[in-house]
Design a protein around this ligand. Structure first.
Ligand code: ADP
Ligand code: MG
Length: 831
């Protein structure tokens, strides 16, 4: 049936770089027919010739032109998987890796033993696998084990336009690996695929590719799409607006699928629920078991925890929560992570919408509503590719996973909320969170383009053209908007010591890299550079410190290095469960209800005042007395987690005590994940997540304070002494090594009245004053012990207590007791 193409393929395959083979594929006729309509098929010969003649090839083509599904097949047919090597394809999103492997297996009429996928904890790869789809994080991990990637004959980096950190790093690494392989006589190819034409960051970067790689453009057939802007831009309830607009389209416009873009899982479910209520299509969802409820993943999590507890097994509940990660070598799947963030409850849309906005149910116009986001099961995802039941209209409510990763057939209308949920990195804390922001013009245009795949279409943008004009042109590379200490640690873990020289497609700033390296040396994650020698050599060495054994352990924890350090030290005095709980609570934002919001009326105002009093009382209770009080705000966190778990972590308990229920659930999940991570690094410790932990003993509290000091050492602050009070603004103020201005303990802090001489803090927040958040008291004599790397030692007379020396950036002090270094393999901290 398909002989013209077979022939052209056979004709064009020439040695020497690749054997002249043609591996036949037995496709079903209907599949073959559909393939022939894909624009990329017309370019097969050009693509394969370029691949044969070059080690690096860049392929650009509109979403839906067939890159992801077809290029691996071209390579397979050309024999790239017939020798010892296989074809590897990386995706920034799990959903794409899984779904595309299934699709390609189906198109090729091959079993999933041959066309397989691997995502972090899951996969169906066998020894027979020929085409392997995986997330970019998985390939990065494989490079750690085998730098030359000898299993592969070709690597395809898909969706390179998304500029995920791992994709960027993989391209940098492969730009070195491929020439090494060629030199060794084990030729290898790299194909970079992008949905946009903006590939200069790869092709024009001489550090990356000394000779610019050929760029092949696939022209896609695209029907015109009329773009309709809103007159005004809804700022709050955009998901309500999305709902209204979708209803209108469904009521008034001719047949054709609707694709709705929202930012996260919770929004998707809310809008799906409302649409299903408005245009019921009963039989379908009941029959396939898809009810109207949002997936019970949280309660599922809880159920698993409970079950594991009941069984009293030593094994941990295996919680697939790698998605929480703040670190590389997880998969940079924002959308998937966004799903988790929704649990946080900050979205207004989480709550049921007000009834007056609700459409009247209209069963005469059935709408076949399907959600689409990364966390959705593959079976549910696959539904969007099926034609809707007869007599219904398809409506897919999606996150930006439908923007370029997946192409849904039959879409004529696009409703675009104009926003995207992105990882946001807090430079102060190194904590990552997710924020909903405007998307870029390029993304908005991609979204619009989804409406013109099969016929002319319409895109409804729920924002004004003026707002669109303010969007950035392109989404910037993720690497430029995050601190890089975690990344640097991961690269060192790959034995890339000179991170500055690494060929990043878009490099992070030099200062960011230097700061990261210094912090990691201070934390003991990197070997210390030599302190003597020639200035230039020392300078060089300072920027190419190799990783230490402690660093290797830290690299495997999915939190930023300061917190990873605490985890690495946590096994002392059985403190690990507490350290895990504290780190989890510090990493989840805003666990306390926001009671400072203005009240709408008097009634609410008195209610708020009552709740504030209640929360303050609980905080005092959780902070404890005596020894535990000195752990300060971190004790409050620990107390809140402990008390909440003791009460079964119910919404009622949280509501009564000023805790955010969603945050508490998130902490619980994160504790599970961190426990898994610690157990896999150090199985002999064998921690178990005990939801109900007893409060720490006095000596454990002391140990915890030291561990916190070791992690937050660069966030040390010293109270200003009486004799230093030149300016009244310094009253009750603290000095820090980095800031010239005083910082203060916040009135809500557990240590506000205590005002310890030395404290460490989690972050500084500027409101009316600069306030430290997450404050814990430190004993001055611990500083030379725990933070010796920051210290500059003098005689006891000269330096009675630790002092900041602004000229050296070090802490001046004298040595009070024997030195030790906190390290994973070292003995417990002695009190
Ligand atoms: P690109 O990677 O260039 O965006 P793809 O290779 O993903 O394009 O998609 C090519 C075509 O294959 C699209 O028309 C898409 O609708 C179709 N397709 C992809 N996955 C499936 C699937 N699971 N079922 C049916 N069609 C699919
Ligand atoms: Mg694709």
């Amino acid at each position: 049936k398909t002989n013209t193409r077979e022939k052209s393929c056979q004709d064009s395959i020439k040695p020497p770089s690749q054997p002249a083979v043609f591996i036949p594929v037995d496709r079903l006729p209907e599949i073959q027919e559909a393939r022939l309509r894909l624009p990329v098929l017309a370019e097969e010969q050009v693509i394969m010739e370029a691949v044969r003649e070059n080690s690096f090839v860049v392929l650009c083509g509109e979403t839906g032109s067939g890159k992801t599904t077809q290029v691996p097949q071209f390579l397979y047919e050309a024999g790239y998987a017939s020798g010892s090597g296989i074809i590897g394809v990386t995706e920034p999103r799990r959903v794409a890796a899984v779904s595309m492997s299934h699709r390609v297996a189906k198109e090729m009429n091959l079993s999933t033993r041959l066309v397989s996928y691997q995502i972090r904890y899951e996969g169906n790869v066998t020894s027979d696998t020929k085409i392997k789809f995986m997330t970019d994080g998985v390939l990065l991990k494989e490079i750690q084990k085998d730098f030359l990637l000898q299993r592969y004959s070709v690597i395809i980096i898909d969706e390179a336009h998304e500029r995920s950190v791992y994709t960027d790093i993989l391209i940098g690494l492969l730009s070195r690996i491929v020439p090494l392989r060629n030199k060794k006589g084990l030729p290898m190819k790299l194909i970079v695929m992008s949905a946009t034409l903006r590939v200069e960051d790869f092709t024009e970067n001489r550090k990356l590719f000394p000779v610019p790689p050929p760029v092949i453009k696939v022209e896609a057939r695209q029907f015109p799409v009329s773009v309709h802007f809103n007159k005004r831009t809804p700022l709050d309830d955009y998901s309500g607006e999305v709902f209204q607009k979708t209803c209108k389209i469904h009521r008034m416009l001719p047949p054709g699928g609707i694709l709705v873009f929202l930012t996260g899982q919770a929004e998707v479910h809310t809008v799906c629920r409302r649409l299903r209520r408005a245009f019921p299509y009963r039989r379908g969802h009941v029959a396939n078991g898809e009810g109207e409820e949002a997936p019970a993943d949280t309660s599922e999590e809880i159920r698993r925890f409970k079950k594991a507890k009941q069984k009293k097994t030593a094994s941990l509940p295996r919680i697939d929560l790698d998605n929480y990660s703040a670190l590389p070598v997880d998969e940079g799947d924002e959308d998937r992570q966004a799903g988790i963030d929704d649990e946080e409850g900050s979205d207004l849309e989480l709550d049921d919408p007000p009834e007056d906005n609700e459409e009247k149910a209209d069963p005469s116009l059935p709408l076949y509503v399907l959600p689409l986001y990364s966390l959705l099961s593959p079976e549910q995802q696959a539904k969007v590719f099926q034609p809707p039941p007869p007599g219904t209209r398809l409506c897919v409510v999606a996150t930006n996973v439908a923007e370029t990763s997946l192409t849904i057939p039959g879409i004529k209308y696009v409703v675009d909320c104009g926003r995207v949920k992105k990882r946001f990195y807090d430079r102060v804390t190194g904590v990552s969170s997710f924020m909903v922001n405007w998307t870029s013009q390029a993304s908005a245009n991609q979204r619009a383009g989804r409406a013109g795949r099969t016929e002319p279409g319409h895109c409804y943008r729920l924002y004004s053209s003026a707002v669109f004009g303010e969007f950035s042109l392109f989404s910037e590379a993720e690497i430029t908007r995050r601190p890089v200490e975690d990344l640097v640690l991961q690269m060192k873990d790959l034995n890339i010591d000179k991170v500055v020289n690494f060929p990043f497609p878009t490099p992070p700033s030099a200062e960011a890299l230097v700061a990261a390296e210094q912090l990691l040396v201070s934390l003991g994650a990197l070997e210390e550079p030599p302190r003597s020698g020639r200035v230039k050599e020392m300078e060089q060495a300072r920027l190419s410190c190799p990783i230490s054994p402690l660093g290797r352990a830290m690299a495997s924890f999915p939190v930023s290095p300061r917190y990873a350090k605490m985890l690495a030290l946590g096994k002392q005095q059985d403190c690990l469960p507490y350290v895990i709980a504290v780190v989890a609570a510090m990493t989840v934002r805003e666990i306390f209800e926001d009671l400072d919001r203005p009240a709408a009326n008097e009634d609410e105002s008195s209610k708020l005042a009552q709740r504030r009093a209640r929360l303050a009382q609980m905080r005092r209770l959780w902070a404890g007395q005596g020894a535990s009080l000195l752990l300060g705000d971190l004790m409050v966190l620990l107390g809140a987690v402990g008390a909440c778990e003791f009460a079964g972590c119910t919404p009622k308990f949280c509501e009564e005590n000023g805790l955010r229920y969603k945050a508490m659930l998130e902490i619980r999940r994160l504790r599970g994940q961190l426990t898994n991570a610690v157990n896999s690094v150090c199985p002999e410790v064998g921690v178990f997540v005990d939801c109900k932990m007893a409060p720490p003993t006095e000596s454990q509290v002391v140990c915890l304070r030291q561990i916190v000091l070791a992690g937050l050492g660069d966030h040390l602050a010293r109270r200003v002494q009486q004799e230093e009070l030149l300016d009244p603004k310094w009253r009750n103020g603290y000095k820090t090594p980095l800031l010239d201005e005083p910082v203060y303990i916040h009135p809500s802090s557990a240590l506000f009245k205590t005002l310890p001489q030395f404290v460490v803090y989690q972050e500084v927040l500027e409101t009316t004053k600069m306030y430290m958040k997450g404050v814990s008291a430190v004993e001055p004599e611990w500083v030379p012990q725990v933070l010796s790397q920051y210290c500059h030692f003098g005689s006891p007379l000269e330096t009675p207590a630790p002092w900041f020396c602004h000229s050296t950036g070090r802490i001046k002090c004298h040595c009070t007791s024997t030195f030790f270094r906190c390290g994973w393999q070292l003995p417990a901290v002695e009190m």
